[in-house]
Design a protein around this ligand. Structure first.
Ligand code: B1M
Length: 213
């Protein structure tokens, strides 16, 4: 395991260029992409979160860290691909209405794509009706909802309700995730599955489609 102290320091400053240099150096030194992502970038982002909560970091600084992380993830992207074979399927993916967080969702998108899914990317702040439209337009097999705020979890429930009310519930599997979400909540709102991270989300998407085949 590598020491990611310097990476944390750079992520805290939001210097994207330096962060990318560090990530490349870690790769050159033989650190696995998965480790750099989980023990380096995501763990450092948790420190950003803690500082945001305690008032040591403000939104513009957090945004700079988030942007720097996005650039670093791009470097890791080709190396994080799954090796096993693809299951064809279409996934409509987005962060629910009221929620602007997209780093975790983008990782989910990346893992789904690398597992062979066709991902219809809806972005952030997506209204329930927009999800329904996209599911219908694309004849999607799965809709994947991300939420990072406890205050937007009810919007996830609302999205499930809107999908049910639109008469397409039996045609699409609903997958949910994001830091405040858990299996109990997923069960409560009637989702088909919950995944704690991007890797498990793509595995679960495959399982859900196999079950319904
Ligand atoms: Co926000 N923010 N933020 N923020 N932010 C959190 C989430 C928070 C925990 C920080 C804190 O206070 N400690 C807190 C939420 C508290 C709560 O509700 N419990 C918070 C808050 C309060 C806010 C604001 C309200 C702050 C304010 O304005 N006062 C505001 C809300 C804006 C809005 O959305 N309407 C806000 C704004 C922002 C920024 C815009 C500045 C920026 C987002 C930039 C961006 O995303 N482009 C930001 C950031 C960066 C964070 C933290 C620091 C980092 C989030 C992140 O990207 N993590 C975050 C603290 C933290 O998480 N430690 C925080 C890395 C990412 C890889 O992890 O997204 O969890 P994550 O994704 C994981 C899993 O959750 C999972 O897979 C990923 C790992 O593989 N996953 C899924 C995610 N989606 C999935 C979907 C799936 C399956 C798995 O299936 C569909």
């Amino acid at each position: 395991m590598s020491d990611y102290k310097e990476l944390l320091e750079i992520l805290l400053t939001g210097d994207g260029e330096k962060l990318e240099t560090l990530v490349k150096a870690a790769l050159d030194n033989g650190a696995p992409a998965n480790e750099i992502l989980n023990q380096g970038l995501i763990a450092s982002m948790d420190v950003v979160g803690a500082r945001m909560e305690s008032g040591e970091m403000f939104i513009p600084e957090v945004l700079m860290s988030a942007q720097a992380m996005g650039g670093a993830v791009e470097i890791l992207k080709p190396l994080l691909s799954e090796e096993d074979s693809a299951v064809a399927g279409k996934v409509v993916l987005g962060t629910v209405k009221g929620d602007l967080h997209d780093i975790g969702k983008n990782l989910v998108s990346m893992m789904l794509e690398s597992a062979g899914f066709d991902v219809i990317e809806m972005g952030v702040d997506v209204a329930p009706e927009k999800f329904v439209e996209a599911i219908k337009e694309n004849d999607a097999d799965i809709v994947a909802l991300s939420a990072l705020l406890t205050t937007t979890m009810p919007m996830m429930a609302q999205t499930v309700k809107t999908i049910e009310a639109s008469g397409i519930r039996d045609k699409v599997k609903i997958l949910v995730g994001g830091a405040p979400v858990n299996q109990t909540f997923a069960d409560e709102i009637g989702a088909d599955g919950y995944a704690p991270d991007a890797g498990s989300a793509s595995k679960l998407a495959k399982t859900l489609l196999k079950k319904s085949a």
